[in-house]
Write a protein that binds this ligand. Structure first.
Ligand code: PXP
Length: 240
């Protein structure tokens, strides 16, 4: 399984003081050096953490893969078409949310999402849709031309009882098998941490996980290189 690391929260700390440090680009390069398979950042319309400059420099400096997470608004689409990331992950975006709260409503936004996917495909940019683990949503994602899906793991991560954990994990598992059967690559993310990642690794149907908050939180105490290598050890099932 591959691990892409979301560096938004390095930028959150930088923006708290409006300084140049800590630079999310430096964090991204360190994550790559330790063995991350890719870097994710979310350029939000409100620019609360990642800034336009970060995305352009990341595009230039990264040796692995840049996954640009974004809402499908015209302003951000235009920037993304200039940046040309390796992958665009479309997410729902609300100004008042603390973080992405759930998957896209692909049924309601079907036409707009299809047109957006087509625009990225014209520039040879692959597109993933961040969705709930639900067969109908997966089917629509395939029909509108998505190359892959990222299954929202937040409900699994927040489940409290062991029964809820089991149920939410099964729906991720069944959705991943279904998406794979339609030829969609399956990524997963949101709320994954050092405690809850192993059952996701064991599914064997998830191509890549996208993890940010837990790694950056741990990095405060043990350093970014150790925090990344500890997660890689679990995700890859090997000692780095
Ligand atoms: N995937 C998506 C689509 C997200 O919006 C986020 C949060 O920015 C993540 C993955 C990473 O979530 P977390 O920071 O909880 O690891």
């Amino acid at each position: 399984m591959k691990l892409s690391i979301n560096i938004d929260h390095v930028a959150t700390i930088r923006q708290a003081r409006g300084e140049k440090d800590p630079d999310p680009v430096v964090a991204a390069l360190l994550c790559e050096q330790v063995g991350a398979d890719g870097i994710v950042c979310h350029l939000r319309e409100d620019r609360r953490h990642i800034q336009d400059r970060d995305v352009f420099i990341l595009r230039d400096k990264l040796k692995t893969k840049l996954d640009l997470e974004m809402g499908a608004s015209e302003e951000i689409i235009k920037i993304a078409l200039q940046v040309k990331p390796d992958l665009v992950t479309l997410v729902p975006e609300k100004r008042e949310e603390l973080t992405t709260e759930g998957g896209l409503n692909v049924e309601l936004q079907r036409e707009h999402l299809k047109k957006t996917i087509d625009r990225f495909h014209e520039q040879n940019i692959a597109v993933s849709l961040f969705i709930e683990p639900n067969k109908k949503v997966i089917e629509i994602s395939k029909l509108i031309g998505s190359d892959m899906v990222e299954l929202h793991t937040g409900i699994y991560a927040n489940a409290i009882t062991s029964q809820d954990k089991k149920n939410t994990l099964s729906s991720i598992s069944e959705s991943a098998i279904f998406a794979n059967s339609l030829g969609l690559r399956v990524n997963a993310g949101h709320g994954l941490n050092y405690e809850n990642i192993l059952p996701i690794v064991k599914l064997k149907t998830i191509y890549e996980v996208s993890i940010g908050f837990s790694i950056m939180s741990r990095a405060i105490f043990v350093g970014l290189d150790k925090a990344v290598s500890e997660m890689l050890t679990i995700v890859k099932g090997i000692k780095i």
